[in-house]
Design a protein around this ligand. Structure first.
Ligand code: NA7
Length: 545
């Protein structure tokens, strides 16, 4: 044995299960596997603390777009009752306080290794174990491997020539400095007008000397109507956990409200308009639930498009700017529908300008700012990239994951992700993905999707142990039929019509264009998963040692 292999052997640690990531998913997966099944578990987390996506996304204006009382765990009534949210839409500090509270309450931290990035995970067929390598070179092994790396955690910084020559400072919203950024007196350029850019622009504009928003694809937005929660509302939340949870589980998107039963075109135009107005006043993602068929019928959707574009034209005073903002090329909610606080109003400020970079693309970053193809120069001190993420697959594929016969996941997914129920991939036994591609995840209120996945994975591992089985993976046929189901569900909606959507991987050059999340609805998906389990994990192959 050489010195180096001796060192490797001495560093090897073995567990029943390894979990990658300590966000909402990883924390609950640890609790379930360790405290409910009694397994030895270690969570490996790149950040210095718990929180996952929220640990990194601390950009100005960052807020959750699910209502706070639904953006939390429901597995513990005690936890539910002792926690009190302060606002309708919590920001990162409050969500971080919540997740730290969860970690402390359930004594999770002792089984989390912080500051540890997983670089590779290789399946060893002889031992039926996963060998997981970290960035320090350490190797840990486990029978089960759960990827809880999140859907929106690999920042997409576009490859714009000249960025390395920029003399000012630049930041990506998803990797925001924890100490914050002082915009006072600075000229800021923000690239991107997705959910993030729509949240950050008003907050940056409030302190910067000047803000230029570089817009490639115009976007809808509905006012969030954020505000403090009243003591009476908080009491109602505490007293009605069961009712709220039942609603979230019955809802298509896992939110604490149901879709209206009314079909958009079944009522007269004035009544429809009045309903839209009311929904606009209520604000948030409830707007999308105002009619039953908004995301399944183009004709229905067109009425929301007209209403929302009219709102932009009414709010934004400069007609040319209003036209650019309202020049939206996709159906409403075909991209994740942003909710905002004063986004369109921000363009009425004297210190804010909108630049249409679809008409005049960014050519390069210069030492002093951004130059467009036309030659127009925008002098800047700070550039904010609100340019999104390599969504759904970015963080999984960053790791060198290899299954049976050394098959790499990157290779297996080179034409797009293929798996069964968004949970497992053939050739990668005992590897589970929480909220992976092919699951409702990003189309759903995340904690609701996460709890379902984690509980399903936990029950599955428990089933294996109870039945003397040690290995599970889906069949190729089950994967094929799931891929077909994911496509069928997407095609039944307007969602694939947004050509520049990260749901399709269209924001990452070279990424295969495949609609990744499962659009069949969380409630329906939950039933499918439960039925599969009830039929002794139909579609999976299971073996013992
Ligand atoms: P998104 O929704 O992917 O938005 C990214 C924005 O950045 C979008 O407007 C993009 O325009 C724009 N973008 C990306 N690359 C470029 C380049 N090279 N030039 C100009 N503009 C660019 O990310 P978010 O962070 O806002 O939101 C992600 C999710 O987080 C969101 O859906 C919620 O679930 C929470 P494009 O549309 O590609 O033309």
């Amino acid at each position: 044995m050489t010195e180096s292999t001796k060192k490797d052997a001495s560093q090897t640690r073995s567990f029943d299960a390894l979990v990658i990531g300590a966000g909402f998913s990883g924390l609950y997966q640890l609790l379930c596997l360790r405290d409910r099944l009694g397994l030895s578990v270690k969570v490996l987390e790149a950040g210095a603390g718990v929180g996952g996506t929220w640990y990194w996304n601390r950009y100005p204006g960052a807020r959750c777009d699910s209502e706070s009382h639904s953006y939390c765990y429901t597995f513990s009534e005690e936890l539910w009752k002792e926690w009190e949210w302060s606002e309708k839409y919590p920001g990162p500090p409050e969500i971080m306080r919540y997740l730290n509270h969860v970690a402390d309450k359930f004594d999770l931290r002792r089984d989390i290794r912080f500051g540890t990035k997983v670089t590779a995970a290789h399946y060893n067929e002889a031992t039926n174990r996963w060998h997981v390598t970290t960035d320090s070179g350490e190797v840990l092994t486990a029978r089960f491997l759960v990827s809880a790396v999140g859907c929106l955690s690999t920042a997409n910084v576009p490859d714009i020539p000249g960025l390395d020559t920029f003399k000012g400072k630049w930041y990506h919203t998803g990797q925001w400095p924890h100490e914050g950024v002082d915009f006072r007196g600075t000229r800021v350029g923000q690239i991107g007008t997705g959910s993030t850019g729509i949240q950050s622009a008003p907050v940056i504009a409030a302190t910067a000397a000047h803000l230029t928003v570089f817009q490639r694809t115009a976007n809808y937005s509905v006012p969030a109507r954020n505000g403090p929660l009243t003591p009476a509302f908080n009491r109602w939340i505490h007293d009605n956990m069961e009712e709220i949870r039942t609603t979230m589980r019955a809802a298509v998107n896992g939110h604490p409200f149901l879709l209206s039963e009314t079909l958009t075109l079944s009522i007269p135009a004035e009544e429809r308009h009045a309903r839209y107005e009311k929904a606009w006043e209520v604000g948030g993602l409830r707007f999308r639930a105002v009619f039953r068929d908004l995301v399944t019928s183009n004709e229905a959707n067109a009425t929301a498009v007209t209403f929302l574009k009219d709102k932009i034209r009414k709010i934004v005073k400069d007609p040319a700017t209003a036209e650019k903002l309202a020049d939206i090329d996709h159906p409403y909610a075909a991209k994740r529908p942003p909710i905002d606080t004063d986004y369109f109003e921000t363009f009425n400020r004297d210190n804010v300008a909108l630049v249409d970079v679809r008409a005049d693309p960014i050519e390069r970053v210069t030492p002093t700012g951004i130059r467009l193809k036309s030659g127009a120069e925008h002098p800047l001190d700070i550039i904010v990239f609100a340019t999104g993420f390599d969504g759904m697959t970015g963080s999984i594929l960053k790791m060198d994951i290899r299954g049976r016969g050394g098959l790499s996941l990157r290779e297996a997914w080179k034409a797009g992700p293929r798996n069964y129920l968004g949970l497992q991939v053939a050739g990668f036994p005992n590897l589970f993905t929480v909220t992976g591609p092919g699951s409702p995840s990003v189309l759903c209120n995340m904690p609701v999707a996460i709890e379902q996945h984690v509980e399903w994975i936990t029950d599955c591992i428990d089933y294996l142990r109870t039945n003397g089985l040690t290995q599970i993976e889906p069949t190729e046929e089950a994967m094929d039929s799931w891929v077909q189901e994911v496509n069928r569900a997407a095609d039944a909606t307007v969602l694939p019509q947004a050509k520049h959507s990260w749901y399709l991987g269209a924001n990452i050059p070279g990424k295969p264009r495949v609609f990744m999340p499962y659009a069949g609805g969380m409630a329906y998906y939950r039933k499918i998963c439960a039925d599969v389990a009830a039929r002794n994990y139909e579609g999976f192959t299971m073996t013992g040692d």
